[in-house]
Write a protein that binds this ligand. Structure first.
Ligand SMILES: [Zn+2]
Length: 146
C-alpha cells in the first residue's frame, strides 16, 4: 500500500497538517482522505477529489455532497473561515486552484457586509512551512473548529 501512503502524505502536506473542513490539527496517522465528491455520488479516486480530513469531519460528511455538508455543519462565520483556509492554501501554492474551486465554489455569496477584516490579519501572521510535528498550531484560525 505504498502508493496510498504517498497520497495520504501529499494530502496531509497540502493541508499543512490540518483538517480542511474544521481547521483542527490532525496527525498523519489519524488523518483520513476524504472524497470531496463522494464515490456514491459519482466522485472519482483522483488526487484532485481528495482532501485531508479529521476522522470526525469525514464521518459527518460521509455520503453527503459537499454542498449539503457545508450547509448543515457550518454557519456563515465558519464558512468564511473555511473559504479563507482554502484560498490561502491555493495562494501559497500548496493546493491547486482546481481543487480549491471544487471545495469552495460558493464564495461569492459569503463576502457581504458583515465580513470580518480581522481574518486577513490572522493569515498574515501564519508562519510559512509545515508544522514540524504535525500537531503544532500554525495559525490562530485553526483554533476555530466545529
Ligand atoms: Zn475536521
Amino acid at each position: 500500500m505504498k502508493r496510498e501512503k504517498n497520497i495520504r502524505e501529499r494530502l496531509w502536506e497540502e493541508a499543512t497538517g490540518h483538517c480542511i473542513y474544521c481547521g483542527k490539527p490532525v496527525s498523519l496517522e489519524e488523518m483520513e482522505a476524504d472524497h470531496i465528491v463522494p464515490l456514491c455520488l459519482g466522485g472519482d479516486n483522483d488526487y484532485e477529489n481528495k482532501v485531508c480530513s479529521c476522522p470526525r469531519c469525514n464521518a459527518r460528511k460521509a455520503g453527503q455532497s459537499l454542498e449539503e455538508f457545508l450547509r448543515d455543519n457550518m454557519g456563515k462565520t465558519k464558512r468564511k473561515r473555511f473559504s479563507n483556509r482554502i484560498n490561502h492554501l491555493a495562494e501559497q501554492g500548496k493546493m491547486s486552484w482546481e481543487k480549491a474551486e471544487r471545495l469552495d465554489p460558493y464564495t461569492e455569496d459569503l463576502f457581504d457586509e458583515d465580513w470580518n477584516e480581522d481574518w486577513d490579519d490572522v493569515w498574515d501572521e501564519e508562519p510559512n512551512g509545515l508544522p514540524s510535528n504535525g500537531i503544532r498550531i500554525s495559525g490562530e484560525i485553526f483554533l476555530e473548529f466545529l
